[in-house]
Design a protein around this ligand. Structure first.
Ligand code: FMN
Length: 460
């Protein structure tokens, strides 16, 4: 079998993810494997048509395409996304049609499901026959269990393909049946005194639905809304995954472009941030992804904590689970508040007007009141994964995070909660007695709600 590995890691041959594919390859010398370092060579692939064509030719010859990529900020790296965008934009999707595909990722399992979902959707859009995905922890290959699991995955994958097995898609093609949004008169009446408002867009959208949405949103505020367009910022390049920022939050691009100063001033100082973007394939643009990836210089620090966010999105957001899930994931663990999301999916322009007006009013209200919706599983679980990782196996790499977590009480391990531990210990001891156990069993419901009732009763 001819296998093409599309390596998404900007680290090329030094990719951890790639080692899993190499491991499979070593166990199956009967297959011919060609690895293309997409993430590392993205600049060449975007600029040199011959190089891009050679990549397409290799893919055309293959029986199986393996999407092998690290998870970067809940998705694939921006470089990989740019390659995917080029495939669709230049009409090369047919090349992939009917081919078998597999997905291999490594990560610390922080929303790796979103990255896999994204790639699944891409495979569906390319009409590939996705035979399986293996989302491993970065260190899985280092232990017997991980190695065995990977081998079993590969054996099953090859067996399925040799049998000519058929696999179904997970998502429907996106429905882009759009209408034109025409904005009504904006009211310019909303004020958020003393609050800084930033509108961030990946590119200029004049003359489009999103351009008009952005315009209305801006005009609704009766105060300055600073607008920054990412494509106009001097951003020298994508995140290279070198993690040199781990020691001191200092990016290798520091002093070389405008991204870090922008992050540390305009972005950091904003109270309200409105993000605007158009759907591109199954996410926003790779420019937006570059923004999120480059923000990784602050590693696992909740840099957006306390910020009120509004999302203006043009495109079929409600049909895209991976996009919504990643946006929630990226913001909720940080303690940022996605106040509202407005899209142009509905037909009536007056409804979109009303939605934008509502979002603007709510952003101002929440910025004044300080309300942040409680984190759900998405945010709570995300924080715990980072807490454990920074405290444990990656403390040496992420020394700046470790110091920040210590200084800001982010190491909230349950085993540090002396009060709860003492109560538990006492109660466990008490309920060893069978009679007492029966009594306490019956009291549980009432006792659990008691303090809550007390709080309600204390309201005057
Ligand atoms: C910029 C950056 C962002 C990352 N974002 C995530 C993430 O969102 N979720 C996760 O589980 N791991 C994340 N990781 C960890 C990598 O996915 C992990 O280290 C992976 O094994 C690296 O693979 P590679 O060597 O093939 O690039 C991130 C790493 C970097 C450098």
């Amino acid at each position: 079998m001819n296998i093409t590995v599309l390596n998404g890691s900007p680290k090329g041959k030094q990719s951890v993810t790639l080692q899993s594919v190499n491991y499979i390859s070593k166990h199956h010398p009967e297959h011919i494997v060609e690895t293309l370092h997409i993430g590392q060579n993205i600049k060449t692939l975007m600029e040199d048509e011959t190089a891009f064509q050679e990549t397409l030719d290799t893919i055309a010859q293959s029986d199986l395409v393996i999407w092998a990529t690290p998870v970067y900020v809940c998705l694939v790296p921006a470089q990989y996304k740019r390659f995917i965008e080029k495939i669709f934009e230049e009409g090369h999707a047919d090349l992939f049609k009917g081919k078998y595909a597999a997905i291999v990722t490594t990560s610390i399992n922080f929303f790796d499901n979103c990255a896999v979902d994204y790639l699944r959707a891409i495979c569906d859009d390319l009409e590939m026959n996705l035979a399986g995905s293996h989302a491993a922890d970065s260190y899985d290959l280092l232990n017997k269990e991980g190695q065995t699991r990977l081998q079993l995955f590969a054996s099953q994958l090859f067996k399925d393909i040799e049998r000519g097995s058929t696999f179904g898609g997970r998502v429907y093609p996106l429905d882009y049946s759009w209408h034109v949004y025409t904005a009504g008169e904006a009211t310019a009446c909303v004020k958020a005194p003393d609050k800084k408002i930033l509108l961030l867009q990946d590119t200029h959208y004049e003359g489009t639905n999103l351009g008009r949405m952005v315009d209305r949103c801006r005009k609704n505020f009766d105060q300055k809304v600073e607008t920054v367009t990412l494509s106009e910022l001097n951003i020298k390049g994508d995140c290279l995954g070198c993690i040199q920022c781990g020691f001191d939050h200092q990016c290798i691009y520091d002093g070389q472009d405008d991204f870090i100063p922008f992050s540390k001033t305009t972005l950091a100082e904003a109270d309200i941030i409105i993000l605007a973007g158009e759907v591109k394939d199954r996410w926003l643009s790779s420019t937006w992804k570059q923004f999120f990836d480059r923000s990784f210089f602050q590693n696992h620090i909740p840099a957006l904590k306390g910020k009120q966010l509004g999302l203006l999105i043009s495109g079929p957001l409600t049909q895209m689970t991976a996009l919504k899930a990643t946006l929630d994931a990226m913001t909720e663990w940080q303690g940022a508040h996605v106040v509202d999301t407005v899209t142009d999916e509905v037909e009536e322009s007056t409804f979109i007007d009303a939605r934008i007006d509502t979002m603007v009013r709510r952003l101002a209200d929440c910025a004044q009141s300080g309300y942040i919706r409680p984190a759900t599983f998405v945010g709570v679980a995300g924080r715990k994964i980072f807490r454990d990782d920074v405290w444990g196996r990656h403390r040496f790499v992420f020394q700046a995070d470790h110091a920040h977590y210590e200084d800001n009480g982010l190491y909230d391990f349950p085993h540090d909660d002396a009060f709860s531990l003492k109560i538990s210990q006492d109660m466990i001891h008490l309920t060893q007695d069978p009679e007492m156990r029966q009594t306490v069993r019956k009291m549980l419901k009432k006792e659990m709600v008691k303090p809550h009732i007390k709080v309600v009763e204390s309201v005057e």
